[in-house]
Design a protein around this ligand. Structure first.
Ligand SMILES: *[C@@H]1O[C@H](CO)[C@@H](O)[C@H](O)[C@H]1NC(C)=O
Ligand SMILES: *[C@@H]1O[C@H](CO)[C@@H](O)[C@H](O)[C@H]1NC(C)=O
Ligand SMILES: *[C@@H]1O[C@H](CO)[C@@H](O)[C@H](O)[C@H]1NC(C)=O
Ligand SMILES: [Zn+2]
Length: 668
């Protein structure tokens, strides 16, 4: 958990003075969206003194509010009793009221006419990316919808595969079981069954709620001054070129992605045969080891290049050396102090939850907490002794470092430079840690790290996680943008069209617009933006490379470990201490010593360059690097001309959706 998302709460919109400035004053952020600035809802107060006073009060109250809410959330997350839940919800409701008042006050200012850049930016932050502009009724409806969709998602249970044709006794598999089966089963029929069950049972029941959700988020965005909710989501990056630059970055990654896909396809055909995997075509979504086909690293048995060099793992050595969870945290702390970063404060050790406690229910997802009072930072993790947890400990502690370094900034700037930075920083650190060279230095890996086979296997493992993920991370919000812009009539065919075009992934069975397959990913029902993960992916390598350069590392990037380099530490501190106070493009310019001020895939491509060369030689005999779009594949999801019985089912459905739409519109 990254601090607290501002809880968004509604308020009457009638009294909004909506001033559209035709001649916007072009002062403010260097990368501001001038045309949009003029559209954002604003009042008439351009008094700098009053604005400063308002922001000062906001800062104190918001920090205080954040402390109270985090405290209540922490109590519940580490001790899940009804009383703690009630207390948490009370605090959250107070916070929502506060946000609503803040928004109402903020929109009385005309910040386009306030010349102070900081004031302008802070007021802009307080009046955008909020749904506080909706009426109370609609605001509550929106939050009700989101919580219902999350409930549906959390309670989906699917039936196991009937191996011998026997009907299963219980249909009680939850997402974690689904993930385990997708990762471990090599039965095409079982994978197909589980994939279909999950997608059918998650998306379809929430579809009408989701359509209404898109309408309401669009309404909120329009009142705020945006064309639609997608434009408002993109606006969070404060950069006119952002959209375009991201599209270009994905294009640059595609040659590597296509080589990887062609190689993986060959291996999948060897395992499952050409009836399951179309030669030269897209990959079916169910056999890549992951229910969303976003991470392919769970099928090393099928794709790992050198079978005698198993997946890289130091768990055995950790167990042999008798590691405890506390020692894992101390090891991570030592990693950061070796870079010249701060040790964890006494409050951290006193209050964190480092192991799963006995005798009470807790939420076990690992998370890093900022209590917004400048002293209290904690990690909650049900730590087990294995390599995966050791990596997670370093990752969460990187978030804590971020919190500590920006603790003295105003509340609005205590955040990553843009929404991708927190994850980008944490994962950049991991590139040094999850690394054979590093584990050798800390005494967890004895073997030679120079072996070619070990390195290619390692890079392949990383590519199956990171390169395979790139187009997936990119398209999720592209899909949402498109829905908010063009409507919700062909949601599912659009989803698969994006996947087929960018990812070379097709559904294993025919899908229609009756389904809502994107909802199989929690972030869709849970209303969580996704572009930040794509940004973080590129940033991670950019930051890693900058730190390696500062450490004067020469050699392949995947072997770089910045452990004990104060110079690398200074590069990191420079990002952290700025929080969100500077525009992220300035932060990147400083990071790359002026080479670029953009999020760029170049570092990632350099990291994988040895693998790319290996893949090219492996793929010499492949006729198609990437994938051909076969019409049989497109037919799996394109809206088709229906005939006979299916047509009547379909038209009934369309009428149904239409009726809903009209009813909802009449509520406006
Ligand atoms: C858990 O919360 C309850 C209140 O609901 C409290 O009485 C109890 O002491 C708490 N347990 C711990 C270990 O903090
Ligand atoms: C299916 O049947 C075979 C032989 O009849 C048996 O060996 C296997 O364990 C059965 N599988 C399950 C999942 O019941
Ligand atoms: C080190 O090499 C030996 C022999 O090649 C192998 O059995 C062992 O698994 C390797 N250790 C690790 C941690 O990879
Ligand atoms: Zn994280």
């Amino acid at each position: 958990m990254l601090g607290l998302k501002r809880t968004k709460r509604g308020c009457q919109t009638k009294m909004i003075a909506r001033v559209l400035l035709l001649h916007a004053v072009l002062v403010g952020q260097v990368y501001g969206n001038w045309d949009i600035d003029a559209r954002i809802v604003q009042g008439s107060n351009a008094d700098l003194g009053e604005a400063l006073q308002f922001l000062k009060e906001y800062d104190a109250e918001a920090s205080d509010m954040c402390f109270r809410v985090s405290t209540a959330q922490w109590k519940y997350a580490t001790n899940m009793t009804e009383a703690n839940k009630r207390k948490m919800m009370e605090e959250q409701a107070l916070k929502a009221k506060f946000d609503k008042l803040t928004w109402r006050k903020a929109i009385t200012f005309d910040w386009t006419r306030i010349p102070d850049v900081e004031v302008k930016r802070q007021l802009r932050m307080l009046t955008t990316n909020t749904r506080a502009s909706l009426t109370d009724d609609k605001f509550n409806e929106l939050h009700q919808l989101i919580s219902e969709m999350k409930e549906i998602y959390a309670h989906v249970r699917v039936c196991p595969y009937a191996f011998n044709g026997e009907k299963p006794m219980f249909c009680d598999l939850e997402l974690s079981d689904v993930q385990k089966i997708m990762a471990s089963s090599r039965s095409h029929f079982e994978l197909l069954h589980i994939w279909k069950e999950w997608h059918d049972k998650v998306g379809t029941p929430m579809k009408n709620r989701f359509i209404r959700y898109i309408q309401l988020t669009n309404q909120a965005a329009r009142i705020n001054g945006f064309l639609d909710a997608g434009e408002e989501m993109r606006f969070a990056y404060e950069d006119r070129d952002f959209d375009n630059d991201l599209a270009i970055s994905l294009q640059k990654i595609q040659p590597l992605y296509k080589e990887l896909l062609a190689y993986v396809r060959r291996k999948l055909i060897d395992t499952y045969g050409p009836k399951v995997v179309r030669p030269e075509g897209s990959l079916p979504a169910h056999i890549l080891g992951n229910i969303w086909a976003q991470d392919w690293s769970n099928i090393p048995d099928i794709v790992l290049p050198y079978a005698n060099f198993r997946n890289f793992d130091v768990t055995g050595e950790m167990l042999k050396q008798g590691f405890t969870p506390l020692q894992m945290f101390q090891m991570a702390e030592e990693f950061f102090t070796s870079l010249g970063l701060k040790p964890m404060p006494p409050e951290f050790w006193r209050h964190s939850m480092l192991e799963k406690p006995n005798g009470r229910r807790v939420q076990c997802t690992a998370s890093a907490w900022d209590f917004c009072n400048r002293v209290d930072f904690r990690i909650k993790q049900c730590t087990e002794v294995d390599m995966k947890n050791l990596i997670t400990v370093h990752h969460e502690m990187a978030h804590i470092q971020y919190y500590m370094y920006y603790a003295d900034l105003p509340h609005l700037y205590r955040d990553g430079a843009n929404p991708g930075f927190h994850e980008g920083v944490a994962n950049a650190v991991i590139l040094s840690v999850f690394n054979p060279v590093h584990f050798r230095r800390v005494g967890l890996f004895e073997n030679n790290t120079d072996l070619y086979e070990l390195n290619i296997n390692f890079l392949m493992l990383m590519a199956l996680r990171k390169v395979a993920y790139a187009p997936f991370a990119y398209i999720i919000d592209q899909w949402r943008y498109e829905l908010s812009e063009s409507g919700t009539t062909k949601m599912n065919s659009l989803w698969w069209d994006l996947r087929q075009t960018n990812q070379g992934i097709v559904p294993p069975v025919p899908r229609t617009d009756y389904h809502l397959d994107a909802a199989s990913k929690r972030h869709i029902p849970a209303d969580v933006p996704y572009t930040k993960y794509y940004v973080a992916l590129l940033l991670e390598f950019q930051i890693h490379e900058a730190m390696c350069r500062a450490a004067r590392f020469e050699g392949p990037l995947h072997e770089c470990d910045v452990y004990r380099s104060r110079e690398a530490g200074r590069v990191l501190i420079d990002i952290l201490r700025n929080g969100k106070s500077r525009h992220w493009r300035d932060v990147i310019r400083a990071l790359t010593r002026g080479e670029t001020d953009k999020i760029s895939p170049d570092s990632m491509l350099r990291y994988f360059d040895p693998l790319l060369r290996w893949l090219k030689s492996q793929n010499r005999r492949e006729r198609v690097i990437g994938w051909t779009t076969f019409k049989e594949d497109k037919a799996l999801f394109e809206p088709l001309v229906l005939s006979g019985a299916r047509r009547s089912v379909r038209s009934i459905f369309i009428v149904f959706v239409f009726a809903i739409t009209v009813t909802y519109n009449s509520l406006e």
